[in-house]
Each structure stands twice: as structure tokens, then as C-alpha cells.
Design a protein around this ligand. Structure first.
Ligand SMILES: CCCCCCCC/C=C\CCCCCCCCC/C=C/C(=O)SCCNC(=O)CCNC(=O)[C@H](O)C(C)(C)COP(=O)(O)OP(=O)(O)OC[C@H]1O[C@@H](n2cnc3c(N)ncnc32)[C@H](O)[C@@H]1OP(=O)(O)O
Ligand SMILES: Cc1cc2nc3c(=O)[nH]c(=O)nc-3n(C[C@H](O)[C@H](O)[C@H](O)COP(=O)(O)OP(=O)(O)OC[C@H]3O[C@@H](n4cnc5c(N)ncnc54)[C@H](O)[C@@H]3O)c2cc1C
Length: 670
């Protein structure tokens, strides 16, 4: 036991940088670090937030436990008079999916984004004080991605000055909204607005669905839970629900009227605000999901890295620091490094691009408030594309981390199966990842077509202004070290991205209609979108390194991580880079050489690099990822805690095992 604990201590002593400074870089600022650290410890030390028994709870127990925790969170927020920032961290570290995620993450933002000032004044205080609990009811049984295809209707009745909300078909039943099944009292419902016999398309409406007195559904409302979801624990603590309306009436002023409104006379009036602002809550959450992807991936990487340093398999026997013969730490296998280190680098890359995206979103909101809508298309493309890229990579990465831990990774107590089950739907919710990439490609094709009109591309598409150069430039790498030059890397990624986009744009012209072209070329368009989004992540990592980064050795570690992130992408997408002529086969081989050498450079720092995430053992929820590395005794302890081990002879022995054995014994004797 002693020796295992020593392993991580020895690993930590090898670090070539200041972990404390890196913690601040990871958190974003000293202030963010201090607040998040304080709240993480507060949660970890409070038995009310225990979560180690989730895997063995039944659905009903899990759900009730999530309700209890959500109520306790609210109590602690009020008792401790936490600020909004502190309260968000508290909800985050409690790490239990419940209705509060949708209430704070979607219901409140939808009201802020789509309601008029007057409507906000009425509804926000109620929501902020939890006098009502809200959900976001957009998706239906028949349509999720195709929002324009939603079927729920909101028909204006001029006589009573009300909207009649109705579900005309089975497929129009709302399906999936979190917190809807058993908890929410109110919902922002997306429905087709019909007035004067005309259909004006999908709009948002605030609808009360349950009584505030006895929690029963209001007349005309049918509501329930959609059933168990993938994995034990994970999303099963939350009541994703169905909802049907039978001519439910709401006052006219419960239509969210920032984008457009219906007058007392039933006239539909548009404002000067773009209709896409109706989808504002999705842009907001997609940006948060990018931050969440870096968290989810870094959690898995932290577990897999610590365990890989503790775990030993095969010889040649080495001597440990006490001169004893020991097997090889699995982290020293080059295959383990080539699977794990790019994931560690990706966690950092996603953290920084998430930070930038938060800035982009804040900037967008400021502009919108000043009636400047110019950056909305780019913000939509960036949030959609980066949400897609980072969640797909994080979900795959978590699964890889589980395999990197061998058999023990499959144990619930490793924390990895539940982390995977809880995170993988991020590839679908808030927009299916492929559908979102197609949005990015649409934006890219539009940008390319506008180049011909002389319109200067801005922001993340600014590189397209250099299309002539990027289409014909040749990569200058001659030796492996040349791949450490950020401008060389950037140009290779820009060349690959623009060449894929331009090829798509040229091919699109060969079809009879743009629609036909988009449909036929959609796999290529998705690849072009991925290349563009990877370029954004690469360029934001490089930009981060150009900032003033303090702390002993911190910048050097980040440079190594950045190199690994970029070179591994080249390695994985070699087909793109070679087929577009962005690099040559010889340069590809030099990139692989350099990548291998970066792994060796990083090796002694990896434990410290995952320590810099500053995750408590409570938050990690993993025996394999424990800070002290004391894995085996704790695995043994955990095994004993399983309910199956409550009795020596299992339930069912007398009914099913004993008779079987007896029968077989008798048969043998006959
Ligand atoms: C130390 C680090 C600290 C970090 C802390 C991290 C904290 C993390 C904490 C918590 C994590 C939280 C995790 C979240 C918890 C789980 C919550 C899950 C809840 C899930 C909710 C949902 O899923 S809600 C439902 C979402 N649904 C969708 O996303 C549907 C997807 N479909 C669409 O979005 C659209 O319909 C689609 C874009 C596909 C529309 O296509 P189309 O028909 O072409 O579009 P149309 O409507 O005609 O639009 C035309 C025009 O508008 C542009 N556009 C589309 N959407 C938008 C938009 N949102 N904004 C702006 N513009 C938009 C579109 O591109 C077209 O443009 P043009 O081409 O005409 O210019
Ligand atoms: C855990 C979870 C929580 C959720 N929470 C909420 C919530 O709170 N509120 C809410 O309203 N919704 C919620 N949703 C619903 C979610 O937003 C939708 O599931 C999502 O938008 C995808 O839509 P869909 O299910 O209709 O998939 P579909 O669109 O049916 O996708 C099925 C397949 O078709 C493909 N596809 C679809 N359209 C195209 C296209 N144009 N081109 C190419 N391929 C295409 C997709 O890539 C996918 O492979 C939640 C979903 C999950 C899983």
C-alpha cells in the first residue's frame, strides 16, 4: 500500500513546472480558481452531497435523491448567501443531473433572450426565486433537429385574447425536455403561431403545466416521464418528459414577444430583431457545453493518467526509488502514451477554446443589446461547430480512457462508465452533431461565395481572405523541429481547411440546384466543417500561448501540449492533409517523429498536468483516479460495499441454485 502511494508522490516530484500556477491558467483567472476551489471543497466535505451510491440505486431512489440534493443545494445557496457565480459552481460540483440544469440553463435564458422587458419583469423574479420551475419544451416525438417541422400549434383566439395550445397529432407530443416528466410547473413551449388563419411558424410561449397548489397537471395537459435512459445513474436522475396539450388556453401576453408579437386584434407584427434570436437559448447552452466537454474529458483523462502511473504490467523489471524490482508502469508504454497524451492535450485545447467562445458569446450579447446583429451568424456557426467538435471528441475520449484503464475501467467504481453515459448524449442534445456541422458548412459556403463579391471575411473566417495564397502555398517543413513553429502549423491547418471548403464550393456548382448539391455532398461538407472547427481550436491554443503566461515552466508545458494537439490531428487526418496537398508524405512522417518526441518530453509532467485540473476526489468519483493513488485497497473496499456482498449466501440460492445442484447431483448418482 505504501509503495503505491509513493508512486504518485514520485511522479509529482518529477514535474518541471508550477502546478499552482497551472491551476490558475486552467481556471481562467486567480479569482475563478479561488471561487471554484472553495466551492469544490465545500461540496466535497458535506455528507449531504455524497454520490458514491448512485450506481446501486433504483430509478425511483435515484430520482428522489436528485430531488433531495437539488433542494439542499437551494437551501445552502440561501443559507450561505452565495453569489450567482458561487451558486453555479455549487450546482456544478454537486454533479447530479436534475431539473435545475434545465431551469437555470435553458428556461431562464430563453426568457431572458426572447421575452420583452415587461415580460421579463414579471417572469424572471418568479423563476429566480424558484417560485416556479421551468423547462424548455422544444423537441417533439416526431421532430427534434428540424425545428421548423414542429407541429404543436398556438392559435390566437381574438374573442378571448388567448392562445390555444394544442397537440394535433401523436408526433406533436413534446418529448425529451428535462425536468418536464415529474417536476416542472411551467414550460417555454415552442409551437406554430397561427393567427387569422395564417401559420407564422415556430414561436415560444410560456405555459403553466402543473398546479402550484397540488402539483397536478392543469386541465388539458397530459404529462409524464419518457422512461429509462442509457447506463446506470447518469441521466436517469432526471425526468425527461412527454407533454400533450388538449386546447390549453394561455393569455396572449404569454407569447415571448421580443422577436415578434400578436396585437389585440390578432395582427402579427415583426420587430427589427432577427427571428433567429428565438433560438438564442440554444446558442447560449452550446457555448456552455463546450466548457463542459473540456471538464468531462479532463475528468476522464485525470482518472486514466493517475491510474496508468499506478498500474504496472510486464517487465523488464525496473528498480523503484527504493531499489526494489518492479514491473513497468503502463504509462511508460508508447502505445499508452499515444492514446492518452493527445486526450490530455485536447482537454487543455477545449478549455482554451471554451474560454474564447465565452468571450465571443459575451461580446455577441453586448452587441445585440446595442441592436448590432452583425456577429450573430458567426456566433451561431462557432457555437454549433465547436459544440459538435468538442462533444464528439470528448465522448470518444472518455470511452478511450475507460479502455486505457483495462478491466478495472469497466467497474462502476472507476467512475468512467457513468461519466460516459452522462456525457455521450451531449453529441445529440442541443443539436445533433452532424446537423450542427452542416450548419457550419452552410456558413462556410456562404462566406466563400461572398469572397467573389469582395466582402471581407472576418473573425474565424478571416483566413479565407488569403484564399489565393492558401490554395497554392507549400508547407516549408524540412526537418522534424520545423513542426514546432506555430506559423507553420497554422498555415497547414488553414490550407487544409480552405482547400476542402473551396473543393466543396466548386463541386456544388455541378448540381442542378444548391439543395441537391448540399444533399449529395453532405459528407464532404461535414469534413470541411470539421477542418474549419479544428483550425479554430488550433488557432485559439496558439493565441493563448501568445498571451502573458506566468509561472515557472507553465508556458513550456502548454507549448508541448499545443504541439501534441496539432500534430496528433495531422496524424489522425493525414488523408485530408495529403489529398489537399497541404503537406507532403515526407513532412507527414516528420510530423509523426516530432509527435513521438513530444510524448517523451511530456511524460514526467503528466501527473502534475492532471493535478492542475484541481478536481477533488469527490468530484472525480473514481477509485482509479484517487489523488493518493491508493487504488488496490480501495477497489477491494468498494467491492465489499456492493449490495450483493451484504449476505454470504445470495438471495435466490434456496430457490434456484440449491435445487439445481441437488438435481444434478441426483442425476449423477442415478
Ligand atoms: C474551469 C471551467 C469552468 C467551466 C464550467 C462549465 C460549466 C458546465 C456546467 C454545466 C454543464 C451543462 C450541461 C448541460 C446539461 C444538459 C442539458 C441538456 C438540455 C438539452 C436541451 C435540448 O436539447 S433543447 C433542444 C435543442 N434542439 C436543437 O438544438 C435542434 C437543432 N436544430 C436547430 O437548431 C435548427 O432547427 C437548425 C439550425 C438545424 C435549423 O436549420 P434550418 O431549418 O436551416 O434553419 P432555419 O430555422 O430556417 O434558419 C435559417 C437561418 O438561421 C440560421 N440559424 C439557425 N439556428 C440559429 C441560431 N441558433 N442562431 C442564429 N442563427 C441561426 C441558419 O444558419 C440560417 O442562416 P442562413 O443560412 O439563412 O444565413
Ligand atoms: C439527454 C437528452 C436531453 C434532452 N433534453 C431536451 C430538452 O430539455 N428540451 C428539448 O426540447 N429537447 C431535448 N432533447 C432533445 C434533443 O434536442 C434532440 O434529441 C436533438 O435535437 C436531436 O434531434 P432528434 O432526436 O430529432 O434526432 P434526429 O434529427 O431524428 O436524428 C436522427 C439521425 O438523423 C440524422 N439527421 C437528421 N437530420 C439530418 C440532416 N438534415 N442531414 C443529415 N442527417 C440528419 C442525425 O445526424 C441522426 O443521425 C434532449 C435529448 C437528449 C438525448
Amino acid at each position: 500500500m505504501e509503495r503505491i502511494m509513493d508512486h504518485l508522490a514520485h511522479e509529482r516530484s518529477k514535474a518541471q513546472f508550477s502546478v499552482e500556477e497551472m491551476k490558475i491558467i486552467w481556471a481562467g483567472s486567480l479569482h475563478a480558481f479561488q471561487v471554484s476551489d472553495r466551492i469544490a471543497r465545500l461540496v466535497a466535505s458535506d455528507p449531504g452531497f455524497r454520490k458514491d451510491n448512485r450506481a446501486v440505486l433504483s430509478r425511483k431512489e435515484l430520482f428522489k435523491s436528485a430531488l433531495r440534493k437539488a433542494a439542499y443545494v437551494w437551501k445552502r445557496i440561501n443559507e450561505l448567501a452565495l453569489s450567482e457565480e458561487e451558486a453555479s459552481w455549487l450546482r456544478f460540483y454537486v454533479d447530479e443531473l436534475a431539473y435545475a440544469y434545465i431551469h437555470w440553463g435553458m428556461f431562464v435564458p430563453a426568457i431572458k433572450g426572447s421575452a420583452t422587458e415587461e415580460q421579463q419583469q414579471k417572469w424572471l423574479p418568479l423563476a429566480n426565486n424558484m417560485q416556479i420551475i421551468g423547462t424548455y419544451a422544444q423537441t417533439e416525438l416526431g421532430h427534434g433537429s428540424n425545428v421548423r417541422g414542429l407541429e404543436t400549434t398556438a392559435t390566437f383566439d381574438q374573442e378571448t385574447d388567448e392562445f390555444i395550445i394544442h397537440s394535433p397529432t401523436l408526433t406533436s407530443s413534446k418529448w425529451w425536455p428535462g425536468g418536464l416528466g415529474k417536476v416542472a410547473t411551467h414550460a417555454v413551449v415552442y409551437a406554430r403561431l397561427i393567427t387569422d388563419g395564417q401559420d407564422y411558424g415556430v414561436h415560444g410561449f410560456l405555459v403553466q403545466i402543473r398546479s402550484l397548489d397540488d402539483h397536478f397537471p392543469l386541465p388539458g395537459v397530459t404529462v409524464g416521464d419518457i422512461g429509462m435512459k442509457f447506463g446506470s445513474g447518469a441521466f436517469n436522475s432526471i425526468d425527461n418528459g412527454f407533454l400533450r396539450f388538449n386546447h390549453v388556453r394561455i393569455p396572449r401576453n404569454q407569447m415571448l414577444m421580443k422577436v415578434s408579437r400578436v396585437t389585440r386584434q390578432g395582427k402579427y407584427v415583426e420587430s427589427n430583431v432577427p427571428k433567429q434570436l428565438l433560438y438564442g437559448a440554444m446558442v447560449y447552452v452550446r457555448q456552455i457545453i463546450v466548457a463542459d466537454a473540456s471538464i468531462a474529458l479532463s475528468r476522464a483523462v485525470c482518472i486514466a493518467t493517475r491510474y496508468s502511473a499506478v498500474r504496472r504490467q510486464f517487465g523488464p523489471p525496473h528498480e523503484d526509488e527504493n531499489g526494489k524490482g518492479v514491473e513497468t508502469q503502463v504509462i511508460d508504454y508508447k502505445t499508452q502514451q499515444s492514446r492518452l497524451f493527445p486526450l490530455l492535450a485536447s482537454a487543455y485545447a477545449f478549455r482554451f477554446v471554451g474560454e474564447w467562445l465565452k468571450w465571443l458569446y459575451t461580446d455577441l450579447i453586448q452587441k445585440l443589446e446595442a441592436n448590432d446583429f452583425s456577429t450573430l451568424p458567426e456566433a451561431h456557426a462557432c457555437t454549433a461547430g465547436l459544440k459538435s467538435l468538442t462533444t464528439s471528441a470528448a465522448a470518444d475520449g472518455i470511452k478511450e480512457c475507460w479502455k486505457l484503464c483495462g478491466g478495472h475501467g469497466y467497474l462502476s467504481s472507476s467512475g468512467l462508465p457513468e461519466l460516459y453515459a452522462a456525457f455521450v448524449p451531449a453529441c445529440t442534445y442541443e443539436g445533433d452533431n452532424i446537423v450542427l456541422l452542416l450548419q457550419v458548412s452552410r456558413f462556410l459556403m456562404k462566406t466563400i461565395s461572398q469572397l467573389q463579391t469582395g466582402k471581407k471575411p472576418i473573425g474565424t473566417t478571416a483566413y479565407m481572405a488569403h484564399v489565393e495564397h492558401l490554395i497554392q502555398c507549400r508547407c516549408t517543413v524540412q526537418k522534424a523541429e520545423d513542426w514546432l513553429n506555430p506559423s507553420v502549423i497554422l498555415e497547414a491547418f488553414e490550407a487544409r481547411a480552405i482547400r476542402l471548403s473551396v473543393a466543396c464550393a466548386e463541386n456544388l456548382t455541378k448540381f442542378a440546384t444548391p439543395l441537391q448539391g448540399f444533399s449529395e455532398l453532405s459528407p464532404d461538407l461535414v469534413e470541411a466543417a470539421v477542418a474549419h472547427c479544428q483550425l479554430i481550436v488550433v488557432s485559439k491554443f496558439i493565441e493563448k500561448l501568445q498571451q502573458n503566461i506566468e509561472g515557472n515552466g507553465v508556458k513550456q508545458q502548454l507549448e508541448t501540449l499545443c504541439n501534441i494537439y496539432c500534430l496528433n490531428l495531422i496524424h489522425k487526418h493525414l488523408g485530408d492533409f495529403l489529398s489537399t496537398g497541404s503537406i507532403s508524405p515526407k513532412q507527414a512522417s516528420l510530423a509523426s517523429d516530432q509527435l513521438r518526441s513530444r510524448y517523451s518530453k511530456l511524460r514526467s509532467n503528466v501527473i502534475a498536468l492532471v493535478d492542475a485540473f484541481n478536481y477533488t476526489d469527490h468530484f472525480l468519483g473514481s477509485v482509479l483516479g484517487r489523488y493518493d493513488g491508493n487504488v488496490y485497497p480501495k477497489l477491494y473496499e468498494e467491492a465489499w460495499k456492493d449490495p450483493l456482498n451484504d449476505s454470504i449466501v445470495p438471495d435466490g440460492y434456496h430457490e434456484y441454485i440449491q435445487p439445481l445442484l441437488k438435481q444434478q447431483l441426483q442425476n449423477a448418482r442415478l
